[in-house]
Design a protein around this ligand. Sequence first.
Ligand code: GLU
Length: 492
Amino acid sequence: MTVRTRIAPSPTGDPHVGTAYIALFNLCFARQHGGEFILRIEDTDRVRSTTESEQMILDSLRWLGLEWDEGPDVGGPHGPYRQSERGDIYAEHAQRLIEAGHAFKCYRTSEELDELREERKAAGQHLALKPADLALEPQEQERREREGMPYVVRMMVPDSGTCVVEDMLRGTIEVDWGQVDAQILLKSDGMPTYHLANVVDDHLMSITHVLRGEEWINSAPKHQLLYEYFGWDMPRLCHMPLLRNPDKSKLSKRKNPTSINYYRRMGFLPQAVTNYLGRMGWSMPDEREKFSLEEMMANFDIQRVSLGGPVFDLDKLTWLNGVYLREDLDDRGFLQALMSWAFNEEYLKDILPQVRTRVDTLSDVAPLAAHFFSGMPAITEASFSDVKMEREDLVKLLQFLVWRFESVSSWKKDSLLVEVKALCEHFDLKMKAFLAPVFIAITGSSSSTSVMDGMAIIGSDMTRARLRHAIEVLGGVSKKQAKRLEKEYREL
Ligand code: GLU
């Protein structure tokens, strides 16, 4: 048997460090067994998936040196590797389950579903809707079918009993079937849900081992049952511990930069980031902190993964990156790193339009464009002294902007403008007045290149990190204040 693993990202935003972490472990596991590593794009969420996000995911994994053997861009014998191109396959498999009595068409409306949930709640039952709850009288089912009402396809699930799932790291996991709902497999638009598409594809792509984040544990019983329904062997499951912030909360972009784009823009070396990700819950047999991808592959053993939530600590990563920069690179290597980081045509061509209309000599460029090549600007509270706003209002403005920016899915100047305009209205400020403190937070000075273009160029996580940094410089937000601000923000 050839070991085959995969990473199956959904292209719905910035490339997440968590995706790279899971990809790295899948790759090492495959290579250690002389196997293959596949990349599949799970873009069944047609509203949130974008080709731009897909491209960023491919670029950043490749930047980190995590190469795949089969995927949407390199092809392979099990394609297509994008779920949106495999619609017929899922419909066919859903039909197969319906015919075997393992799935059913559900014509329930969303109002009815709410009522059913209320009933279960009132009866003190778990909220998971079961096939029996959802069943309609035969005549009613027929009527809705005849009238062509919208329906979804759901899977049959047992009412009670215990589902036992084996996990490579966690051993036996037991889940009460009573808590498992009659999962939707095909949505009313005919698109599959994650569960159906994932199981069908893992089987058709001959995946033997599924290493994925622990947030998917609850899906395992449904997946196991689907494998049984289809009569297929299930790949072995391995749920990896989630990455955490230093305060042990789940790593989230609210607190820390989570986009690989950020680490790239900040000037981390790919080999340092990959090395650091390899330290997430795993260690080399001799516990050394610095190792290459090849060394990790050669020494890999999944049983050395420890389940205590690995902490993704920016300070430690920064330290490790410094070691690589200072000790690993000779002059030539350093120069190359610098060029591929920012001193290259691709990045400079975005910046030149921002500076060329504002300079008299070429030597004006570097000071004017410094914020495109730096991390956090050197600002203090005094940097904001010309802004005619109370400190508290300033903090509020910056915090609201951070929150608005968190939900921007396509990081383009136009989408950023929409958010800025909405907040100008809320604060009853002219755009110029609103942008004055933002300008300082992003560029570190009160006169520089266009701040809107600047934010679009430096990217989402870098922008938010600088805004958060400015908030800290201005004294930060206490827990109490944060609560008040969140309340006001929700009412926007
Ligand atoms: N599309 C899922 C994700 O975005 C894949 C989960 C899995 O590996 O099964 O993480």
